[in-house]
Design a protein around this ligand. Structure first.
Ligand code: IYR
Length: 225
């Protein structure tokens, strides 16, 4: 097989920041991100489509194995499709919570208070589903291998979450299990697999969240200097 042509290499557009500003931004960004919380109850207030478009574009800036960009984001605001998705998700989740998930898993989730009911799938004005491209498709219909697909999609989803938080909206990482039905409902091809589902919108006004703390730096890092 012939090698594909190399990308032309161009100078990096890089702006070096003064150290004081760098340090200020480092702290500001952490403090802002530390306000992010997963939200399970949403207002039905509408969110402009352009905000979802920009969050998806931000997700698409993620690095990926061999720059294959092995992701596809499906954005849904259609009420009847959201209803169908909710019904399908809840059918699976109900079976999971009632018979498929082992006691140990249920015990781990109990403090968070989740259950099989997922009203957010209809409340939130947008649902965004990230699909991972398990392989690419060549122009002649052949398979093209992708690399580090889960890592790449995980990073893209992280950037999506940060973008949503940055614009003052809320989301949740939802992974209904199993989620193969999303491919059928959303008519995705066989080379794509559902990876993660995000309801996006404003939190409902009376929403409560678990009173978590996050690991302090001393617990989440080790340093060799
Ligand atoms: N998919 C289920 C269960 C679930 C699992 C974990 I791990 C969570 O952190 C939260 C939920 C659900 O969405 O309820």
């Amino acid at each position: 097989m012939e090698n594909p042509p190399a990308y032309p290499h161009v100078p990096l557009a890089f702006e070096r920041l003064p150290e004081a500003e760098m340090t200020r931004r480092a702290l500001d960004f952490f403090q802002w991100m530390n306000k992010r919380r997963s939200v399970r109850f949403f207002s039905d207030a509408s969110v402009p489509r352009v905000c979802i478009e920009q969050a998806i574009q931000t997700a698409g800036t993620a690095p990926s194995g061999a720059h294959r960009q092995p992701w596809k984001f499906v954005a849904i605001s259609n009420a009847s499709l959201k209803h169908q998705l909710r019904m399908a998700v809840e059918a699976e989740e109900r079976r999971s919570y009632e018979s498929r998930m082992p006691q140990e898993w249920l015990k781990a989730l109990a403090p968070i208070g989740t259950n099989w009911e997922k009203p957010f799938l209809e409340q939130a004005p947008w649902l965004v589903v990230c699909f991972e491209e398990i392989h690419g498709v060549t122009p002649d219909g052949g398979k093209q291998k992708n690399y580090y697909v889960q890592e790449s999609c995980g990073i893209a989803c992280g950037l999506f979450i940060a973008a949503i938080h940055n614009m003052g909206l809320a989301t949740l990482t939802h992974t209904p299990s199993p989620m193969g039905f999303l491919s059928t409902l959303l008519r995705r091809p066989a080379n794509e697999r559902p990876f993660m589902l995000f309801p996006v919108g404003y939190p409902s006004l009376d929403v409560n969240v678990p009173d978590f703390t996050r690991k302090p730096l001393s617990e989440l890092s080790i340093w060799y200097e």
